[in-house]
Structure formats: structure tokens, C-alpha cells
Design a protein around this ligand. Structure first.
Ligand code: PMP
Length: 386
């Protein structure tokens, strides 16, 4: 049999392997990024119109596209329903963008660290990476400017709001400065915003795409997975008019269109009277989860690691004081039925510095968080021979 050369670029996914392990009932998993099922809205499919049994259009259901265009316009990214493409989760947006921009050897600029499955999608099509390290306020705009001059990327992929994995939210000055560099250079922006509504503390969340000069190419992705129901697989990508039609043609040969029932659900959900109350409840729930993890970290890892308490999203990003081998530590802690994501998995090229972990706080109960962090702290101490 002959398989495509592309297949060789699919390295085994640590996430997939870890998630299989974490299905064990007695495992406390901080590894995945699963939203809490108990915080999800009900499915409530009564009332789905029978007309939705038929095929739909590639762009998506007009009502949902209009709702999303209004939402984005409200955030300051003026756009029409015609610029919105509904996708099967925002993960499909990453696939479509890869198919549009990436040939083997194409440079893509990414944050270091960045979302593992985005790096995998880009790599699958042959991307080479220009990695931009994250500082306290986001990436360094001057470094971005210099990097673009030296090695122009096909696009810049950013998760500026409650980044996966770092939890970071770019500050206002960095957002403005990044937009300026992109406006000057004309490098397209791919802004990935699945966590923007999971906000627990006031902070600037103005999408970077709203600050671009007229004519600068942009794409922004959103998702119903974190606020709604991930199993429905509904996301979207809105893009400037020079990009959008290409994404639609690519989507057409990928899957014709996204499932119509989920699109109907997503539109009802966003339009419902209870939507804003649901978001408030979700934020309260996750804020308490975050606080439980912050308390546990202070209790069990304060002398071993540093971290920033995230203002939103689903993750803590932990740097151990000593650069321990993350994978060894993972094996030791897995044997005690606790799982975390090793930080190295989130870099396009393995980082020199070991000893980082991503910890998810949405999935476990506060009791599990406490127990899991106690085990993690004990395991790190034993690993260090203390
Ligand atoms: N982008 C980022 C940064 C994510 O963290 C995720 C989910 N973990 C996705 C995209 C994909 O989300 P979905 O396909 O469920 O919308």
C-alpha cells in the first residue's frame, strides 16, 4: 500500500495516549482540557426543524452566521455574515487554514509554547516553525518585527486570550503593538479565541484582529466547545474577504458542511434569553475551580514551583524550580493515578528547559484537585530526593 508522505509527519500524539490512560475511573486527570460536563447547558433538541434533515450549505446556517457576525461586530471586528464560515469545531478551522496556506517547507509563526493540536495540524501539511517566546504580556512585538523581516511567515497563529497552555492573556499594549507589526507587514493573523468567554477577572480582551489597519488580512476562530457542548463540534472562522472564499472551497471538499442540528442548537443557545446568565454561572463555576487549584498549589507546591494565577481559560502553567525530566515525572505520577501534560509537548521544537507542566482545573472536583496536587507535590519531592 502507498500512503501519503504527509503521514510520516504525524508523530504519535501524547495527548491521545494520555487521554486513554486518564479514562481509568480512579485517575485524577489534570492532563486533558475537558470542560466540566456538570457545567454544560442541556442539549434540549426538541423543536429542531424537520427541514434540517436535508443537506445544507458549505458556509453554514445563515441564522448562525448572522448571529456570529453580530457578535464579532460587537467586539469591534466589523464583519458581515458572508465572512463567517461555520466549522466542525475550531479544530477544523486549523485544518482548513493549513490546507490554504501550507506547502512542505512553508514557515508558520507560532507562540512558544502553543496549542499542541494546532502545531500538529500545521506540521501535518509540512509547516516549519518560527517560534516566538511568550513573556509576561504576550509575545515581544519587536522580536516579531525582526523575525518577519528575516523569514516571512505565511501567517501568525496566536491564542492571545487565556492561552493554551500558558493561561496568559496578552496585555493591551502588546495587543496594539502586535496589530501594528501585522498591519505594517501584511502578514495574515490567525487569532484563535476558544477561551475568551471563560473570564474570571477583568482584563483587556480586545481581539487583536479589531486593531488591524484596513486591508490587513485576518482570520478569527471561535468555538461552542468551552461555553456550550463540545460533542456537537460547532466552531467558526471569520476572515477578511480576500481569504474567506478560499476557506469555503476547501471546506466543501473536506466535508460539504458542518452538521445542521448542532448549528441550529448553537444559534438557539446564543440567542436564548438565558445565554448571558449561563455564561455568568459558568464563570462562577470555573472561577471556584481555579481558586481550588490555586489553593492546592500553594499548599503542596509553593516551595517547588512558580506559576501565575490565570485570569481565564482552563489551565495553570507551572514551572518547577528544578528542571526535572517531565516525562519521567509523568510516569512516576501516573503510577499514583494522577496525570498532567508535560510542558515540552507544547513547543514546536523541544525546549532546552525541562520541568514545566500544564494543569487543567475544569475537569476534576475540588476534592480531587486537592488530592491530586498533594500526590504531585509528594512525587516531585521524592523525585528530587527530598
Ligand atoms: N484551539 C485551542 C487553543 C484549543 O485549546 C482547542 C480545544 N482544546 C481548540 C482550538 C479546538 O476546539 P474545538 O475544535 O472543540 O472548537
Amino acid at each position: 500500500m502507498h500512503f501519503s508522505e504527509r503521514l510520516d509527519r504525524l508523530t504519535s500524539s501524547l495527548i491521545r495516549e494520555l487521554l486513554a490512560l486518564t479514562q481509568q475511573p480512579d485517575m485524577i486527570s489534570f492532563a486533558g482540557g475537558l470542560p466540566a460536563a456538570r457545567a454544560m447547558p442541556p442539549l434540549g433538541l426538541a423543536g429542531v426543524p424537520e427541514t434540517l434533515r436535508q443537506y445544507g450549505t458549505t458556509d453554514g446556517e445563515p441564522e448562525l452566521r448572522a448571529t456570529i457576525a453580530r457578535y464579532l461586530t460587537g467586539l469591534g471586528r466589523s464583519c458581515t455574515a458572508e465572512q463567517v464560515l461555520i466549522t466542525s469545531g475550531s479544530q477544523q478551522g486549523l485544518d482548513l487554514v493549513s490546507k490554504l496556506f501550507i506547502d512542505p517547507g512553508t514557515t508558520v509563526a507560532v507562540e512558544a509554547p502553543s496549542y499542541l493540536a494546532a502545531l500538529q495540524a500545521f506540521r501535518f501539511f509540512g509547516a516549519e516553525f518560527l517560534e516566538l517566546p511568550l513573556g509576561a504580556g504576550g509575545l515581544d512585538p519587536q522580536q516579531l518585527r525582526d523575525a518577519i523581516r528575516q523569514r516571512r511567515p505565511a501567517f501568525l497563529y496566536l491564542i492571545p486570550t487565556f492561552q493554551n497552555p500558558s493561561g496568559l492573556c496578552y496585555d493591551e499594549a502588546t495587543r496594539a503593538a502586535v496589530a501594528e507589526v501585522l498591519s505594517e507587514s501584511g502578514v495574515p493573523l490567525l487569532e484563535d479565541e476558544p477561551y475568551r468567554e471563560l473570564v474570571y477577572e477583568p482584563c483587556d480582551r480586545t481581539p487583536i484582529c479589531t486593531r488591524l489597519a484596513d486591508g490587513a488580512p485576518w482570520m478569527v476562530m471561535g468555538s461552542f466547545s468551552k461555553t456550550g457542548i463540545p460533542g456537537l463540534r460547532i466552531g467558526y472562522i471569520a476572515a477578511s474577504s480576500d481569504i474567506h472564499p478560499h476557506l469555503v472551497r476547501i471546506k466543501q471538499c473536506t466535508d460539504l458542511h458542518t452538521n445542521r442540528i448542532g448549528q441550529w442548537w448553537a444559534n438557539q443557545f446564543m440567542q436564548s434569553a438565558g445565554y448571558l446568565d449561563h455564561l455568568d454561572r459558568l464563570r462562577d463555576y470555573y472561577r471556584a475551580q481555579r481558586d481550588a487549584m490555586q489553593a492546592g498549589l500553594q499548599r503542596y507546591l509553593a516551595d517547588l514551583a512558580t506559576w501565575q494565577r490565570p485570569h481565564g481559560g482552563l489551565f495553570f502553567w507551572i514551572t518547577l524550580n528544578e528542571a526535572v525530566d517531565e516525562r519521567e515525572l509523568l510516569q512516576e505520577v501516573l503510577a499514583r493515578k494522577v496525570a498532567f501534560m508535560p510542558g515540552g509537548a507544547f513547543y514546536a521544537t523541544p525546549p532546552a528547559r525541562q520541568g514545566r507542566m500544564r494543569l487543567n482545573f475544569s475537569h476534576s472536583t475540588p476534592e480531587q484537585v486537592d488530592r491530586g496536587l498533594r500526590v504531585l507535590g509528594d512525587t516531585v519531592r521524592e523525585h528530587l530526593g527530598r
